[in-house]
Design a protein around this ligand. Structure first.
Ligand code: 5CA
Length: 440
């Protein structure tokens, strides 16, 4: 994308409405714009990040054979009356009446709808397990929307739902999803730590929250620092083998990790002092096992091996995709601006042309830009070098490729790594190679 003709409306001043750094940086870089309280429009730069996160989430869900669906945002109130949650959910649910006076609602979550869909099609235990997910907008009429996209009213969520024949099988699915989440967050470039959690309005008796460390987080957290040393992508777990999954789960739960709600001082004392980490964190995902809560209430069953009727055991699995955008910035920025992890950055690199009037510079920039127009942002604006550098740091592209009259005479360009500030000179032919083979 050429910066001179793109829709990247950056702000010069800090917006007054933003209390935390991620919100400030998202507004300053023109990623989002608030349209009503807690409701945001995603502009090109922000949407690219949202799409990149969604892509990784999708790949890791598909890798454990979860199947993607897309359910409507509007749901019939009748569904929620069947589960008993229509009255129980309270004022967070946005209730709507259509022209025929039928009660609808903007879905805050989809346990009822997916259970209904499942019940319409799946009739035998032989068709279990089933694992379905979607990435879709949700609405919760939060009393105090704040911190930008982190606690919005309309927000983007990956929500997954599982159906198993019994408790033992449902636990295998829970373990599988746990591993898939750890891999997802590692690929996204954040350290998310699973912590035992309360189940709230979703219900059930087994749940983990995934928490990213950030000083502005809403929960106090305690964890064993050895957890963050684990490489989940290289862990040899066979997701089709329940013993292998159970062994992984046992290994994982060896590390102490708890939010202040579940913190246990006795257990905490058993962690070696040098490994005790305390701080604050942001919840970017949560998984639940809640058994037959919805299948029983909504009278959904399958025929079991002995021709008896069985209510399948369910779990649900959420990732706050839009919240993650803010949470990543909270945990990855400096005084100059955002520092995007490579895998979800809106652009791989920015090309900074310091010699707009110099034909050799222009030619070099154009040639480079043509190599990957989708992933490169070309700063071809008629602006001072200082402005271009500041904007590049602010927007947080992992790489800056700086092309100026002096270097280009010797066929070299300067490359700056945003994360470390490290600078290298390479020949113009080597730039893309250097970037794609960089190993931290
Ligand atoms: N049905 C379950 C799992 S699919 C569920 O709704 N879980 S949840 O309530 O924990 O939400 C899943 C994730 O959505 C949370 O972990 C959080 O990251 C995100 N989320 C929840 N509320 C908001 C909000 N108001 N703004 C932004 N993200 C939110």
């Amino acid at each position: 994308m050429r910066l001179s003709s793109s829709f990247l409306p950056t702000l010069k001043e800090d917006p007054a409405e933003a209390q935390i750094i991620s919100h400030r940086l998202m507004l300053r870089t023109g990623m989002v714009r608030q349209m009503s309280s807690g409701i945001y429009a995603w502009l090109p730069l922000g949407l690219r990040v949202l799409d990149n996160i969604s892509r990784i989430v999708r790949e890791e869900q598909n890798a454990i054979n979860a199947q993607e669906v897309l359910m409507p945002t509007l749901q019939s109130a009748d569904l929620w009356k069947r589960s008993g949650r229509y009255d129980a959910y309270g004022p967070e649910m946005l209730r709507i009446v259509d022209r025929h006076k039928r009660d609808l609602l903007y879905g805050p979550t989809n346990e009822e709808m997916i259970t209904d869909i499942f019940g319409q099609f799946i009739k035998s235990y032989k068709e279990l397990p089933q694992l379905l997910y979607q990435i879709q907008w949700k609405f919760r009429d939060e009393i105090r929307p704040r911190f930008g996209v982190m606690r919005g009213r309309e927000f983007y969520m990956k929500d997954g739902y599982s159906f198993d024949l019994n408790y033992e099988d449902a636990v295998v699915t829970y373990h599988k999803m746990m591993l898939s989440y750890l891999r997802t967050f590692q690929r996204i470039g954040v350290k998310a730590i699973p912590m035992l959690a309360d189940t709230g309005p979703i219900g059930g008796d087994l749940s983990h929250e995934f928490i990213i460390l950030a000083p502005t987080g809403e929960s106090g957290i305690y964890f064993d620092s050895d957890f963050t040393e684990q490489n989940w992508l290289e862990m040899p777990v066979d997701t089709n083998d329940k013993e292998s999954l159970a062994a992984f789960f046992q290994r994982m739960t060896r590390f102490y990790a708890a939010t202040d709600e579940k913190h246990d001082q006795n257990e905490w004392q058993k962690v070696p002092e040098s490994r005790r980490c305390e701080g604050r964190g942001i919840e970017v995902g949560q998984i639940f096992y809640f058994g037959t809560k919805y299948t029983e209430a909504m009278n959904v069953s399958v025929i079991g091996p002995d021709s008896d009727k069985i209510n399948p055991h369910m779990g649900s699995y959420g990732i706050g995709v839009s919240r993650l955008v803010g949470a990543i910035i909270e945990s990855s920025h400096d005084d100059q601006g955002i520092i995007w992890p490579d895998t979800i950055a809106p652009f791989k690199a920015v090309i900074i042309n310091l010699g707009l009037k110099n034909q050799a510079c222009k030619d070099a920039c154009e040639a480079l830009y043509k190599m990957d127009q989708e992933q490169l942002l070309y700063d071809d604006r008629d602006e001072r070098a200082g402005v271009k550098f500041a904007d590049a740091d602010l927007m947080g592209h992992p790489w800056q490729i700086i092309i100026g009259p002096r270097g280009i005479g010797n066929n070299v360009v300067e490359i700056k790594r945003r994360e470390t500030g490290e600078r290298t000179e390479v020949s113009i032919e080597q730039v893309m190679n250097y970037i794609s083979s960089y190993q931290g």
